[in-house]
Write a new protein. Structure first.
Lengths: 115, 111
């Protein structure tokens, strides 16, 4: 009965080679988030989708893009991964915006290695 | 700017001992405060949250946290730790639609 699923759990890519990370949810939530968590650092919000509306955080590099083809799926595309993009990428969902009232549900994460 | 500090990177406690994980925040008004736990290979799970009212908040898995405005703190406590509590713990602060995590405290439980 997994609710937020991330595939793959571990991804290795080469420097500069585009990579896509996948997230799916069975909760039918309106909002999906992508966080980046580097080693020994706090998770950092990259962007979120409210339904089909995309919201980018101000300091998210252009190298990171996202797609949400339907309610259930959201993808994180890294166009030209650098060594500094190696991190754990966490997907989360919430029923609506305003996390104060709507708990975020997190997936297990995808650990990205860049060689 | 808002920030969250977890001073202890790693803590080791014996099973059955009490636990306190520290969290300090920086924000002009009363923030909304959260504690999450991340078990190995798992996603983040919400333990408890504070919005207003009673400053002692009860959460899941026997955890509680106390909001102390004078100390800008929101420390997490558990009276008796179980081996299954070994995990990474994150404090977070939220304002409006902005959300900030601390860097986490890794808990090891020894028999």
């Amino acid at each position: 009965d997994a609710m937020v699923i991330q595939n793959p759990r571990y991804q290795v890519t080469q420097f500069g080679k585009p990579v896509t990370l996948s997230c799916s949810q069975t909760l039918n939530h309106n909002v999906m988030y992508w966080y980046q968590q580097k080693s020994s650092q706090a998770p950092k919000l990259l962007f979120h989708y409210y339904d089909k509306d995309f919201n980018n955080e101000a300091d998210t590099p252009d190298n990171f893009q996202s797609r949400r083809p339907n309610t259930s799926f959201c993808f994180l595309d890294i166009r030209s991964p650098g060594l500094g993009d190696a991190a754990m990428y966490l997907c989360a969902t919430s029923r609506d915006l305003g996390f104060l009232d709507h708990e975020q549900y997190f997936g297990p994460g995808t650990r990205l290695t860049v060689t | 700017a808002q920030s969250v500090t977890q001073p202890d990177i790693h803590i080791t406690v014996s099973e059955g001992a009490s636990l306190e994980l520290r969290c300090n925040y920086s924000y002009g008004a009363t923030p909304y405060l959260f504690w999450y736990v991340q078990s190995p290979g798992q996603g983040l799970q919400l333990l408890l949250k504070y919005f207003s009212g009673d400053t002692l908040v009860q959460g899941i898995k026997g955890f509680e946290a106390e909001f102390k405005r004078s100390q800008s703190s929101f420390n997490l406590r558990k009276p008796s730790v179980h081996w299954s509590d070994a995990a990474e713990y994150f404090c977070a602060v939220g304002t409006g639609n902005q959300f900030y995590f601390g860097t986490g405290t890794s808990l090891t439980v020894i028999p």
